[in-house]
Design a protein around this ligand. Structure first.
Ligand code: HEC
Ligand code: HEC
Length: 159
């Protein structure tokens, strides 16, 4: 077969496939709606930036816990701190066992020294506690995203 003929045949079979594979036009009722609820060409509105109401560490009061084993929330601002990395952890420069007295900060909890596998209490903090913000979260003055009926235990009942 000549090359040009072969090409023409390929083009023809491709267009035949296209005709068969094209879905029928959508009716008005079944038209697709975006989950965003607005037209693609309209500019979306980013929600207003929320500010952490906490101030410099050393000037804040602890926030009451809602049950005994709750990791306490962070009452102070954290915006100016460096990210926690494998090598560095700024939180420990105030809350670590060597520094907390000098910095007048609460010492990391007793449970942070427990070896998770053996249960033994170690001199060093367990590496499983390195990523503080996995459990301790700063606060934002924002309405809850979803309603809920959670009620914390009164402080007396926690003792
Ligand atoms: C410059 C020192 C400093 C640094 C850095 C720091 N903190 Fe604090 N933190 C404090 C002090 C002081 C308090 C006591 C409350 C206050 O005075 O603000 C406190 C309170 C807390 C509390 C509340 C404890 C309780 O019993 O309610 C938590 C949790 C906490 N910090 C976690 C963190 C985490 C996590 C980081 C790192 C992201 C961090 N802190 C970095 C000094 C510091
Ligand atoms: C796996 C979750 C988890 C991680 C990770 C973690 N904590 Fe905690 N933390 C807790 C819980 C739960 C408590 C309350 C029970 C206790 O005191 O051990 C607590 C208590 C504390 C307290 C209050 C202690 C007291 O005596 O009232 C401080 C301060 C604290 N953590 C700081 C830190 C810092 C700083 C880091 C990172 C180096 C960290 N935590 C990592 C769960 C965690």
């Amino acid at each position: 077969m000549k090359n040009s003929l072969r090409l023409a045949l390929v083009a023809l079979s491709a267009s035949a496939f296209y005709i068969v594979a094209t879905p029928p036009a959508l009716s008005a009722e079944s038209a697709v709606h975006s989950l965003r609820g607005i037209d693609v060409k309209d500019e979306g509105q980013a929600p207003e930036m929320r500010v952490n109401p906490g101030k410099r560490p050393g000037s804040q009061k602890p926030i009451a816990r809602t049950f005994q084993q709750q990791p306490p929330v962070i009452p102070h601002a954290t915006d100016n701190f460096d990210e926690i990395t494998l090598e560095e952890n700024q939180c420990l420069t105030c809350h670590g066992p060597e520094k907390y007295k000098e910095k007048k900060a609460p010492k990391i909890g007793d449970s942070h020294f427990r070896n998770q596998q053996t249960g033994e209490i170690m001199k060093q903090m367990s590496n499983a506690r390195h990523n503080c913000v996995q459990c301790h979260v700063p606060q934002m003055d924002a309405p809850p995203l979803v309603e809920n009926t959670f009620k914390g235990l009164p402080v007396k009942a926690q003792k």
